[in-house]
Design a protein around this ligand. Structure first.
Ligand code: A2P
Length: 216
């Protein structure tokens, strides 16, 4: 019936509780520091056609609203596998439950800025089997490799890009590419070329989050 169709949300995911502002601040601080580093300035043409100007990453990325880690994009039931996901036992059982997410890296590309989420075995029960394999080049990555929080997008870029950017970087890491490395206060920063920056956090950031869904 049309009423059943309506009960499937735009997406399911973990929504950060009480730490939204704190995580946004951490992200802003990272961007503020990154664009002042010599190694970033050296590769500034990845972000601008006018290298004589400085790049202000805090302005470059636009806020995308409430911080969350999408598990399944359902598009109100139109996305492939949406109905099956909504009816999954783990999804029903854990709906409304609180979890602790572990943010283990921050990453930046000319399109997006995000946080990598490292999922536990229990959290992986809520992770769709095709999240990685729907991107052919990423099919051999471990389940959960795409898990992330979108922290901002460049002008005209949709948030779906953040997960794709993370997969792109993860493929390079999986291949054993070392990139250019520098130490930052929060951890090791790696440049993988083409504007791809990855900060591996020495201490993960743990955040409380509620497994729920979004309709609007
Ligand atoms: P993300 O999870 O990277 O933030 P939108 O506002 O564009 O409709 O997207 C709503 C949410 O669903 C966003 O969080 C977005 O990206 C995610 N999303 C949008 N499209 C897809 C998709 N095709 N696959 C996975 N996630 C998606």
């Amino acid at each position: 019936s049309p009423f059943e169709e309506m009960s499937i949300p735009l997406f399911f995911g973990w929504f950060l509780l009480s730490v939204q502002e704190k995580v946004k601040c951490t992200s802003m601080d990272f961007l503020k520091t990154l664009d002042t580093l010599e190694i970033f300035k050296k590769h500034m043409t990845d972000f601008t056609d006018k290298p004589e100007n400085e790049v202000d990453l805090e302005q470059y990325f636009k806020d995308k609203g409430v911080l969350h880690c999408t598990t399944k994009f359902c598009d109100y039931g139109k996305a492939k596998g949406a109905k099956e996901y909504a009816q999954n036992t783990a999804v029903k059982d854990f709906y409304g439950s609180t979890f602790e997410l572990s943010l283990t890296a921050l990453f930046v590309t000319p399109r997006t800025v995000g946080a990598k989420v490292s999922l536990t075995e229990e959290q992986l029960l809520l992770w769709p089997a095709d999240a990685e394999s729907s991107v052919p080049a990423a099919a051999s990555l471990p389940l959960g490799s795409r898990a992330h929080i979108t922290l901002g997008c460049a002008e005209g870029v949709e948030p779906v890009q953040t997960g794709l950017d993370l997969l792109d970087i993860s493929i390079l890491q999986h291949e054993g590419q070392k990139g250019e490395q520098v130490e930052m206060e929060l951890g090791q920063l790696t440049y993988f070329g083409d504007g791809r920056w990855f900060l591996s956090l020495t201490e993960p950031i743990f955040v409380p989050a509620c497994f729920s869904s979004f309709y609007m």
